[in-house]
Design a protein around this ligand. Structure first.
Ligand code: NDP
Length: 339
């Protein structure tokens, strides 16, 4: 059973060499009488920015998901049930939920989030558009952002797993949408594939405040926050009265030992901005409603999804650390097996 192991806790930017590929000889078996464990084959694994936080040495109470040195790392994935001690699952079921980065896993049934009912779309989509990042885009934009037709929306990390969907949902909702990303290739995708009205490369803008003024002369109603730091600071100056900032993530800060200061926070008060953090896990009760919303758009080609596919567990470490230097174009998926 091939596994991706974390060598030791990580400080600063993660590196490929922080992880190892090992071959475990332990045979996975559901113990006699267990009514909880499920034996799965891991098909598609999701590379997500939050996984960086799980590599830290825990301070105080550790997240139940935190990684331990010399153990396999874990995350969301698409899994095939090989054997089930739990009565809710049977051999052959396709599901998505939390698993380990290895070929086969023995997991508690509670780690399975949903059974996969629709297989007329690529299975890998359940790591992205139809999985955790898709729900994050949907809940963050509609539930936290409370968008209205005609509003001005700005999205950072706009071509990524979450961002590419926020932009498309905002367009479908009748908003004006601008995105920022870190390469020309990504900026082209934003404009030509995801339908953003405008897009810019934040690495080529010496003055982010001026760039935002150019694209939003009347200001921003909703800022879908994925990156934090300097971008957030410049955005605050350009928010409109009663603006909303769904705070999805702040990837620019995850690897810094000293976080960058946000100097413009007082604008939350002047402009009565609602800046609200959220965690996708609070919104999974809306999953059925989300599928009803997004599946027809996928089938009609009205919502598209770009994936960056790495093949084989050996490619896992590079794919994961690549998120923090923007190597991924679209949702970073790791294929362990296709069936
Ligand atoms: P992406 O697919 O967008 O991949 C990460 C991207 O972030 C990179 O490709 C890179 O794009 C950009 N990036 C990396 N470092 C920096 C930096 N220093 N400054 C600016 N941009 C940077 O990831 P996801 O779509 O999966 O995640 C996007 C955000 O959503 C993250 O902050 C993540 O933590 C958050 N999230 C939050 C959830 C929640 O429940 N609240 C759930 C899921 C995700 P580029 O080339 O454009 O720089």
């Amino acid at each position: 059973n091939k596994q991706v192991i974390l060598k030791d806790y990580v400080t600063g930017f993660p590196k490929e060499s922080d992880m190892n590929i090992v071959d475990s000889t332990i045979t996975l078996k559901i113990p006699e009488g267990s009514n909880d464990l499920v034996l799965v084959k891991n098909l598609y694994l999701s590379c997500d920015p939050y996984m960086r936080g799980l590599m830290n040495k825990p301070q105080g109470t550790a997240s139940p998901l935190a990684y331990s040195p010399q153990s396999a790392i874990a995350g969301c994935g698409v899994l095939k049930v090989l054997e089930s001690g739990h009565k809710g699952y049977k051999e052959g079921d396709l599901v998505w939920g939390f698993t380990k980065w290895e070929e086969y896993s023995l997991i508690p049934a509670a780690q399975i989030l949903f059974k996969i009912e629709h297989t007329d779309v690529p299975l890998s989509y359940y790591t992205g558009i139809l999985g955790m990042p898709g729900m994050t885009a949907y809940a963050g934009f509609f539930e936290v952002g409370s968008p209205k037709k005609g509003e001005n929306v700005f999205v950072s990390a706009a071509s990524g797993a979450v961002g590419q969907l926020v932009g498309q949902f905002a367009k479908l909702h009748g908003c004006y949408v601008v995105g920022s990303a870190g390469t020309k290739e990504k900026v082209d995708l934003l404009k030509n594939k995801f339908g953003y009205d405008e897009a810019f490369n934040y690495k080529e803008e010496p003055d982010l405040n001026a760039a935002l003024k150019r694209y939003f002369p009347e200001g921003i109603d909703i800022y879908y926050e994925n990156v934090g730091g300097k971008t957030l600071d410049a955005v605050l100056l350009n928010m409109k009265l009663n603006g909303r900032i769904p705070v999805c993530g702040m990837i620019s800060q995850y690897n810094l030992t000293q976080h960058e200061g946000v100097t413009n926070l007082a604008h939350l008060v002047y402009k009565r901005i609602r800046m609200q953090g959220f965690v996708v896990g609070d919104f999974y009760h809306l999953y059925a409603k989300f599928l009803e919303y997004v599946l027809p758009y996928i089938r009609e080609g009205k919502v598209v999804y770009v994936e960056d596919i790495a093949e084989g567990l050996e490619k896992g470490p590079a794919a994961l650390v690549g998120l923090f230097s923007g190597q991924n174009v679209g949702k970073q998926v790791l294929v362990v097996a296709r069936e």
